[in-house]
Design a protein around this ligand. Structure first.
Ligand SMILES: [Fe+2]
Length: 133
């Protein structure tokens, strides 16, 4: 389990929580210098997994008629663009530790803020919605 993950990040929606944990696990490998040769692979994996995870979340929001789904999707789109910029910066800088640590910091920072506010808000809604069905 990622050392950066903690239970305050849990939304209570199992599928979302599993994917969040996987994101943290993967980003965590960026902090480990001994895994330097895995960093390219990890960034590639994350680029795909982030898109998949957002798509799954957006699907749940559509299926449950979440009123804030458009605003939530906008946040995802913005993050994908931030992540792509970071990946480009990393590729341009080469395998530099400060760039790698910056990617780690920005991605984890964004995820934590996003989960704590926006995903939890959706999860509250979704749990109520599911209970009514
Ligand atoms: Fe989200």
């Amino acid at each position: 389990m990622s050392t950066l993950w903690n239970s305050t990040l849990e939304t209570g929606v199992a599928k979302i929580d599993e994917q969040h944990k996987e994101l943290f696990r993967q980003v965590d490998t960026l902090r480990d210098r001994s895994q330097a040769n895995r960093i390219d692979d990890t960034l590639r994996f994350l680029a795909g997994y982030v898109v998949k995870h957002f798509r799954d979340e957006e699907l749940l929001q559509m299926q449950s008629n979440y009123p804030k789904k458009d605003a939530h999707k906008k946040l995802h789109v913005q993050f994908i663009s931030t992540f792509r910029d970071l990946k480009k910066q990393y590729e341009a800088a080469g395998n530099k530790l400060d760039t790698i640590l910056n990617v780690n910091k920005v991605v984890i920072g964004w995820l934590k803020d996003h989960i704590m506010v926006h995903d939890k808000e959706f999860a509250q809604y979704y749990k109520k919605y599911s209970a009514k069905k």
